[in-house]
Design a protein around this ligand. Structure first.
Ligand SMILES: [Mg+2]
Length: 368
């Protein structure tokens, strides 16, 4: 009942689930590129695993794993140019880290620390994760409209899940992209489940990509577990967008191998055999197989990579756990660029309350 993870006619793919090359690799994709992609996907998988462990041990809040979908975020991140703008949703860790968001910041965000959103470098122009479903797509269309009106050769990448495509916000945003020919690339991570709702109950259309037809933009379906396919589709769509040729809707077909978030238990609604089958299409494994088979990856390189990644992730976790607490009013301070009168009033009430509590305990409120 779910969207085929196999290669089907019309779905873009270069490296299949068995690690075989299906067609000549696109320009710019060579062995060094594939090795770098593989290494990043392994980094993200280890970070993801550690984040779940932190949540399970009470050291982080709810976390949305990206297990099995690492190729989508990696392909997008490698396809983007520095001056493009990323409008991510909550499963875009792989793209964000490629844009310069640190692993520590990824953990901070899901630990409720606003400092995790203080991006620097290339990522400073990007938006923070959107947790509301689909609302980020209209923000992205607004950014793309600003780019067009200013006449700059830039583009926006906006991502969402399969479930978000049922939201009015997403359709309205894509409609604007079509009617105004805006430089926006929308990538739908079709991981086949919107929490407990399967893709087959989200829409009556055959694919999510064909929704592009209704709004007059380009649309295509790619193998979301093939990092080369995602990279090529996004890079091509971004080039079109920058040339003023309008937007694209890319449906990246993948599978959510994890629970929706750590607050979910997918065993309550999902068949274990289905999940087991989906593991055969693992995006990390197929790239490893390709590299091994072509003589471009050795067990020694694998061991060295795992050691490096372990060190990197451990250091990020240590930095996250040892960071002094954020200011107690941070969660109010970052809602808008400038605080509104109601927010200022809320902040004042909070600070008065904290000062009163601290006085009652005979201490002060600093560092609480
Ligand atoms: Mg989904």
């Amino acid at each position: 009942m779910f969207d085929s993870l196999d290669q089907v006619p019309g779905k873009l793919g270069f490296i299949d689930a068995q690690g075989n090359t299906r067609q000549p690799l696109p320009a710019g994709v060579d062995v060094a590129w594939l090795q770098a992609s593989y290494q990043h996907m392994v980094r993200i998988r280890q970070l993801d695993k550690k984040a779940v462990a932190l949540q399970r041990t009470g050291q982080m809040h709810t976390y949305p794993p990206c297990l099995g979908q690492e190729a989508i975020g990696t392909g997008i991140g490698l396809a983007m140019q520095d001056d493009d703008i990323l409008v991510p949703y909550y499963r875009d860790q792989a793209t964000q880290v490629l844009r310069g968001v640190t692993m520590q910041q990824v953990l901070q965000v899901w630990g409720g620390d606003e400092r995790g959103n203080l991006f620097t470098g290339v990522a400073a122009r990007d938006f923070p994760n959107s947790v509301p479903i689909g609302t980020q797509m209209s923000h992205a269309a607004g950014i793309a409209a600003a780019m067009k009106s200013r006449g700059v050769r830039q583009a926006v990448v906006a991502n969402c899940g399969d479930g978000a495509t049922s939201r009015g916000d997403v359709y309205e945003a894509l409609n604007l992209v079509g009617v105004w020919q805006l430089p926006m690339v929308a990538v739908v991570n079709n991981n086949q489940w919107a929490i407990s709702v399967p893709r087959s109950l989200q829409t009556g259309t055959r694919t999510l990509a064909e929704k592009a037809l209704a709004v007059g933009i380009e649309g295509l379906q790619v193998d979301g577990n093939d990092v080369v396919a995602v990279f090529h589709a996004v890079r091509t769509a971004l080039a079109r967008a920058r040339r003023g040729k309008g937007g694209t809707l890319i449906e990246a077909v993948s599978y959510r191998l994890s629970d929706h978030t750590t607050a979910d238990d997918a065993t309550r609604y999902r068949d274990a055999a289905e999940v087991s089958r989906a593991w055969d299409y693992d995006p990390v494994k197929r790239l490893q197989t390709w590299l091994h088979a072509s003589g471009h990856w050795t067990p020694a390189q694998e061991q060295a990579l795992l050691a490096t990644v372990k060190k990197e992730v451990d250091e990020a976790v240590s930095a996250y756990l040892n960071e002094p607490p954020q200011a107690p009013d941070d969660f109010i301070a970052y809602v808008f660029a400038e605080m509104t009168p109601p927010l200022l009033a809320q902040r004042d009430r909070l600070l008065i309350r904290l000062a009163r509590d601290a006085a009652a305990q005979g201490g002060d409120s600093h560092g609480q």
